[in-house]
Design a protein around this ligand. Structure first.
Ligand code: LMR
Length: 329
């Protein structure tokens, strides 16, 4: 009888374990558009691992990288409709989604380094910006860095004359479009997931990317010249659906909040290292030519993109820009 009871207990235990594994209380789908081996990809995987470790099967996180589930054009709508629970779009993509204040991050040469970025994103200005996402039925949960963008093309891009007439892929941001026009190029808005194909087929001639994205998208064969312009910042806001977040049991919500805070800290620590690693890999990659603009060339580019600043001041007014600039110091 003892034996039978033990066997039955084991069976029931296994069955309930199976039930737990098969049907978690909460399913959280996290969709993003980049490769796993990037700051965002690694942050999402760390978040998944931490949640699974801490929730013991109650909460399941599924991560979909590389636009496998949703892409730039439909991910925010999918979030509002409940077809995905978590995203981390680049800050550049929120302007077009009805929160134009986020385009301030696209201003060329605004930030000198990631420490300056974090003074903005991790302080009062950042908290205020996350709150504004509520206007578009998104719950802003935190910021993540990728790094600084570099220009790529089939030729070096050191001076405004080098940009003349080039079709350059940009994210859907008015500031980025204004920046490219100010340089004499033609901005072409394309989802991230279509960029590699567009460069390969010659639909566009040039692009701006942080090095981890340039490397993991395999852009080098079509964009052999990489000019280290370091001209603009690329980072992300993690967002969820406010109804989903409110529907969680308080303990589950607290668990997700703390796992995300830890995953974001991990991603933010990793960002600069992945950028350096990508640079080292690209330096060793046959056929890739890296160009370092001289200080004088950088100054000319910086002056040339002033119209992008003027446009943002006109559309947003000076308030937010002043707040951001005050937070830098
Ligand atoms: C882009 O579209 O270039 C980036 O926003 C992609 C990303 O998410 O890093």
């Amino acid at each position: 009888r003892v034996l039978r009871r033990t066997a039955l207990g084991a069976l029931l235990g296994a069955a309930s374990g199976l039930a737990r594994a098969a049907k978690p209380a909460v399913l959280l789908r996290f969709s993003h558009v980049v490769a796993p081996d990037t700051p965002k990809g690694q942050m999402a995987l760390r978040f998944q691992a931490l949640v699974h470790e801490r929730a013991g099967g109650r909460i399941r996180v599924e991560v979909f990288p590389d636009s496998q589930l949703w892409g730039d054009d439909d991910e925010m709508e999918a979030l509002r409709l409940g077809a995905v629970e978590m995203l981390a779009p680049s800050l550049s993509k929120f302007g077009n989604a009805g929160v134009p204040e986020f385009e301030v991050f696209d201003l060329p040469y605004l930030f000198a380094d990631l420490a300056q970025v974090q003074r903005v994103t991790q302080g009062a200005v950042g908290r205020g910006l996350l709150q504004r996402l509520g206007r578009q039925q998104m719950l802003g949960l935190g910021f993540l860095d990728n790094g600084f963008k570099q220009m790529s093309a089939t030729r070096p891009l050191r001076t405004p004359a080098d940009f003349s007439g080039l079709r350059v892929r940009v994210q859907a941001s008015r500031v980025l479009a204004a920046q490219m026009r100010a340089l004499g190029a033609r901005p072409v808005v394309l989802p991230f997931g279509e960029t590699q194909r567009a460069l390969a087929s010659g639909v566009v001639d040039a692009a701006e990317n942080p090095l981890s994205n340039f490397l993991t998208q395999g852009l080098a064969p079509w964009q052999p010249h990489l000019t280290l312009t370091q001209h603009g910042y690329l980072g992300y806001a993690v967002v969820s659906n406010p109804r989903f977040w409110a529907s969680l049991a308080p303990t589950d919500r607290a668990l997700l909040d703390s796992a995300l805070a830890d995953a974001l800290a991990h991603g933010n620590r990793l960002a600069a290292a992945l950028d350096q690693q990508a640079l080292a890999t690209l330096r060793r990659t046959p056929g890739v030519m890296l160009h370092q603009p001289a200080a004088a060339e950088r100054a000319v580019l910086r002056r040339a993109v002033q119209p992008a600043w003027d446009g943002l001041r006109r559309s947003l007014g000076p308030g937010l820009l002043d707040d951001v600039q005050n937070a830098l110091i």
